[in-house]
Every structure is written in structure tokens, then in C-alpha cells.
Design a protein around this ligand. Structure first.
Ligand SMILES: [Zn+2]
Length: 310
């Protein structure tokens, strides 16, 4: 016979459900397990008692190992799937009280995504789960009482450090993203209050990473890049897409036609700053030099012609 007590403050119901769900699996491995539930203040304690089945022979060592390994796996999944987010939210509320609840939830999801992506994308969620399970299993080798929250706090410092650093990283990304959104909103405001100067402009991708802005007749339109208000606002480290936006802002068009399919973030920024004004070229015989959206030429010399299927 072997007996282990597992307790939790925050996730007692889920712990109970998970343990009962595991009983059949343990029976199949030769263990008859019964569970008694006790509550001590806010702590719910599950007393798990295992007896080896008469029809299955397991050595004492095997019996104990199997039982405790199964328990460790249940607790690891619980920590991983339910408590991890609470620990992250707790870190955020302790260290960053300025973040409100909705923002904290968003940052926590970011942080979990970062954790699962791991260092250089090498850590799969299942690998982290395995590491947590191994820590618990090794603890249960010498101890028959495990209070989950206390165990994480005092025995899994490395894991908590990892949670903290991905939380900080997630928060950094979240704040940068929020600033970008506010900036886009500001740009949009300028676009909205400006009087239209050009009715319609066309944008094609120029040589290199730049963009060319043209009139409907194909005449190049020079956006006043340097002196534009947007360029001042953008400051140092401007990207090509920011230059395009600032150029378009000085041109102040009523309508913008793109003759290329922009990257997702370029498209998103353009569409939020010039809301309702941006469209894609849909002319199959578009005459703009450099148009990447017109249909491939039947002669087959067009560089954008897709690989031909018979
Ligand atoms: Zn076109």
C-alpha cells in the first residue's frame, strides 16, 4: 500500500476531476486507487491510497514508482494548463499594478505563447510539460505530501523565473504594440482633418524596398518626405513603410490604389491610417509599369506569371 496527499488552494476542483479521470488508467497499470477529500481552511487535500491489484504482479519499487509518476503527471498538467496563467497574472498585478485586468489577460496570453515558443523556438509545450512533471516526480520520491502552489513557489524557482521573464517580454511587446496603435490613431486624425490635395494616387513597389507614388496618368508624385509632419513625428529609425505613409499624408489623396499585395503589417497600418481610402488594383490589363497584380501576360514573359500547370 502507498499513500500520498496532494493539496491545492486555487485549483482543488480541477485537481479532484483530473485525479478521478486518472483512476482507470492507474487500474490498467495494476493499481487500485481510492481518493478521500479533506478540507483544511482554504486548502483542499486529496488523500490518494493505492493498493496493488491481486491479478497483477508489481514489485514494491515498481508499484510505488508507477503510482507516484501518474500523480506527478496529473499535477504537472494542472500546473501547466491552469495555474501557469494565474501565476503570470499574479506577477503582473504585483510588479505592474498600472496594467488593468483586460490588459493583464492579453499580456498573459502573449507570455504563454512566448513560453511555448521557447528559446529560439526550440521548446515545445510538451517538453516544458515533461520538465515540470520530472521535477514533481523527483520530489514525490521522498515526500508523500505535495501542496501544489507551495511546491511551485518554493521548489520550482527556475520555472517561476522563466514565467517572470516571459511575462516581462510579453509586457514589453504589448506596450510597444499599444504605442504603435496610438500613433496610427494620431496619423489617422491628421489624415481626416487634412483637405484632400489629390483625388486618386497609385502606389507601385519601386526598386529596392521603396515605393513610387503616381498620378492616375502615371506621373510621379513627390511626397515631401523630409519636411512632412509625419516624418517629424516618426523620428529616427523610420522604416520604408513609414516613409510611404508620411509621403501619402503630404499628398493627401482621397483614394489610394495599391498595385502590389503588401505585407500584412503594412496593409494593416495603411488601412487603419487611410481608412476606407485604400484599394487594390483589379484591372487585369493594368497599364502601370511595375504592377504586380495584373493578370499574367499570355505571351508568358511576365515575371509574375505563376508556374504553369498543364
Ligand atoms: Zn495594377
Amino acid at each position: 500500500m502507498d499513500c500520498v496527499h496532494i493539496g491545492s488552494y486555487l485549483a482543488a476542483d480541477s485537481l479532484r476531476r483530473r485525479l478521478f479521470g486518472e483512476l482507470d488508467v492507474m487500474r490498467a497499470q495494476g493499481l487500485d486507487v481510492s481518493v478521500q477529500i479533506r478540507t483544511l481552511g482554504g486548502l483542499t487535500l486529496l488523500e490518494c491510497t493505492a493498493r496493488s491489484r491481486a491479478d497483477r504482479f508489481l514489485s514494491d519499487q515498481e508499484f510505488r514508482c508507477t503510482f507516484r509518476r501518474r500523480l506527478a503527471a496529473v499535477v504537472a498538467r494542472l500546473i501547466f494548463e491552469e495555474l501557469e496563467k494565474s501565476f503570470i497574472l499574479e506577477t503582473l498585478s504585483n510588479r505592474h499594478p498600472e496594467i488593468d485586468d483586460d490588459e493583464a489577460r492579453e499580456v498573459a496570453s502573449y507570455a504563454v505563447a512566448i513560453l511555448n515558443d521557447g528559446i529560439f523556438g526550440m521548446l515545445e509545450p510538451s517538453i516544458r510539460l515533461g520538465e515540470v512533471a520530472a521535477d514533481i516526480e523527483s520530489y514525490l520520491r521522498d515526500s508523500s505530501l505535495l501542496v501544489i502552489e507551495g511546491f511551485v513557489r518554493f521548489r520550482m524557482r527556475e520555472y517561476l523565473d522563466e514565467l517572470r521573464s516571459s511575462t516581462e517580454e510579453a509586457l514589453g511587446k504589448f506596450v510597444a504594440e499599444r504605442e504603435r496603435k496610438e500613433f496610427v490613431k494620431l496619423l489617422k486624425y491628421f489624415v481626416d482633418v487634412q483637405e484632400d490635395r489629390e483625388d486618386e494616387v497609385h502606389v507601385v513597389r519601386g526598386s529596392g524596398k521603396g515605393f513610387d507614388i503616381r498620378s492616375p496618368g502615371g506621373r510621379p508624385i513627390e511626397g515631401d518626405y523630409v519636411a512632412s509632419l509625419a516624418a517629424d513625428l516618426l523620428g529616427e529609425g523610420v522604416e520604408v513603410v513609414d516613409l510611404l505613409i508620411s509621403a501619402l499624408m503630404t499628398v493627401a489623396p482621397r483614394k489610394v490604389v495599391l498595385h502590389f499585395e503588401p505585407d500584412m503589417d503594412v496593409a494593416e497600418t495603411l488601412e487603419s491610417v487611410f481608412e476606407g481610402r485604400v484599394s487594390r488594383c483589379s484591372d487585369p490589363e493594368c497599364g502601370f509599369a511595375g504592377c504586380e497584380l495584373r493578370m499574367p501576360h499570355p505571351a508568358g514573359n511576365d515575371p509574375v506569371e505563376p508556374v504553369r500547370r498543364r
